[in-house]
Design a protein around this ligand. Structure first.
Ligand SMILES: [Zn+2]
Length: 525
């Protein structure tokens, strides 16, 4: 299994990076780690290098690190993703989408909504609230069992997620194991498990740490921890609690699906790997309600559909693969992940689960409401089984960024030059067409360019750019992944044609202004 190197990252130049947030900074200003820890990181890393990680592994780790670092840097430089509240030193594991990021995220949501809701006659949308009755989370098992094994380093007091450390040491472990199982593994592999912060091997016992984020919404007692309300840990619970209402108020019949996009919150112990695992995140989930006898068949259909979805979205096939869960929760009948080859290796992008009748049965039990279904044709009464597809906006975003990131050597006349270009699928690109007047200080060019821009803007996501020279504008548009740039020059005023430049081939062609809408309509599909 390829995973993020478990040793702290130190490149050849002995730069030190925060292993927590991957902010990619080269100085010692990261909020989640102290200067003292940086010094220790450096020591530990050097000791690892001396101990001799093979040269190959070193090179691979460095390449992975470089790609991640480059993506993080581009995202900040070009306004895709910013670390949260950075003017206050940052807030670990929370990120903000900038002007181009918010467009990309919106396009990702829309692609999902189109594929899941609009393209199906029997899937409807829902937007349930983030806050729900606290009993929901008891019924779902989150209050009792939604936890990760947490241990503390006795030396530096770092809090670590034990199953991840075990996995990185090559020992199979996951969050579904009991405290006893995890602790047995921890004892067994004592020599292998190293604190990622101080490098020592001295841990407390692992204890399950509940991931639900508590709040005082509607609680005015001053001590809300006794009766907390929760920020939802997943969006699907809102789908289960509305199952009956959707059934009664719309025209759906089993089999049918309810889809939802929304924020969820988890108190992740070690949130890291940039926007891959964050404490506040956005899910795109669809719950498909079926007759128990068809659940397995329907499950396979959704597996096939969801894999094809990523190919249709434009992700490279070699970056996608299947992973079957080795350790199923007791009620689950099947669980597969679609994994993506992120800069830190193949990791879960989407989960597809056959959840049996667990969810509706639990909510019937806890709420007292009858959540069974009567088939109008056969009159048979049953509790529907659920096939779930679940993916994060942030993870899709990171997969799309990783897939798109390209460096090309375009040096001329013996001079080396590299262009960075984000080869986003055209339907996802934040800006689809950029319109330039050749020169900023020629009013007749600017006026004509504005005119074209205003017209194209009606149908496409456009940007007007008259900063710097055309070469610089191309570079900037390449980095934000704009598929087409249109330049209006003096000839345009004479012949009514403009230069259209293709992002991927850099080829330029002259197109008549009146043909532009049709040209983009065909090419931006
Ligand atoms: Zn430690």
């Amino acid at each position: 299994m390829t995973s993020f190197p478990s040793v702290p990252l130190v490149s050849k130049s002995a730069r030190v990076k925060c292993v927590e947030c991957l902010h990619g900074r080269e100085s010692m200003e990261c909020s989640s780690i102290s200067k003292w820890e940086f010094v220790n990181l450096l020591k530990v890393s050097i000791s690892y290098i001396i101990k001799g990680i093979s040269r190959q592994e070193n090179i691979m780790a460095e390449q992975e690190e470089n790609l991640m670092e480059k993506i993080v840097s581009l995202c900040k430089r070009r306004g895709f993703v910013y670390p949260s509240s950075e003017i206050y030193g940052g807030f670990a594991a929370v990120y903000d989408f900038g002007p181009y990021g918010v467009e990309l995220a919106k396009n990702i949501r829309e692609a999902w909504w189109q594929a899941m809701v609009r393209d199906h006659d029997n899937i409807v949308g829902l937007d349930s609230a983030i806050f729900m009755h606290p009993k929901v989370w008891e019924a779902s098992g989150h209050v009792g069992g939604f936890s990760d094994p947490l241990a503390e380093c006795r030396e530096c007091h770092a809090r670590i997620r034990v199953d991840h450390l075990l996995e990185e040491a090559g020992v199979f472990a996951d969050e579904k194991m009991t405290e006893e199982e995890i602790n047995a593994l921890l004892v067994e592999n004592k020599g292998k498990i190293v604190c990622p912060k101080c490098g020592k091997k001295n841990f407390t016992e692992a204890k399950n740490f509940n991931l639900l984020v508590k709040s005082n919404l509607g609680n005015f007692t001053g001590d809300f921890t006794k009766e907390p309300t929760y920020l939802r840990g997943e969006t699907c619970q809102g789908i289960y609690t509305n199952f009956k209402y959707v059934l009664d108020s719309s025209r759906v019949k089993v089999p049918f699906g309810i889809a939802q996009i929304g924020k969820a919150f988890r108190n992740e112990i070690t949130a890291r790997q940039y926007i891959f695992r964050t404490r506040e995140f956005e899910q795109m989930e669809m719950q498909y309600f079926v007759h128990p006898s068809t659940a397995s068949e329907v499950y396979e259909e959704w597996r096939a559909k969801r894999f094809q979805y990523y190919l249709d979205l434009g992700l490279k096939k070699e970056n996608l693969r299947w992973h079957e869960h080795e350790n199923l929760v007791f009620y689950a009948k099947a669980a597969w992940d679609i994994e993506y080859n992120f800069p830190f290796g193949f990791k879960e992008l989407e989960g597809i689960h056959n959840r049996s009748d667990y969810d509706l049965t639990q909510h019937s039990k806890f709420s007292g409401a009858d959540l069974s279904y009567r088939d109008p044709l056969t009159n048979e009464k049953f509790v529907p089984w659920i096939v779930e597809t679940s993916v994060g906006v942030g993870r899709t975003f990171l997969a799309v960024l990783t897939d798109a990131y390209t460096e090309e050597e375009i040096g001329k006349d013996g001079q080396s030059d590299t262009r960075i270009v984000m080869k986003f699928p055209k339907k996802l690109a934040p800006v689809q067409v950029a319109v330039f007047p050749l020169m900023k200080n020629k009013p007749e060019l600017v006026e004509k360019a504005r005119e074209i821009y205003v017209e194209l803007k009606k149908s496409f996501r456009c940007e007007f750019d008259d900063n710097g020279n055309v070469g610089k504008r191309y570079r900037r548009q390449d980095e934000i992944g704009t598929p087409y740039c249109v330049t209006i020059d003096f000839e345009s005023l004479e012949d009514g044609a403009v230069t259209v430049r293709d992002r991927d081939t850099m080829a330029q062609e002259r197109i008549t202004i009146s043909d532009l809408p049709q040209y983009f309509l065909e090419n931006l599909k």
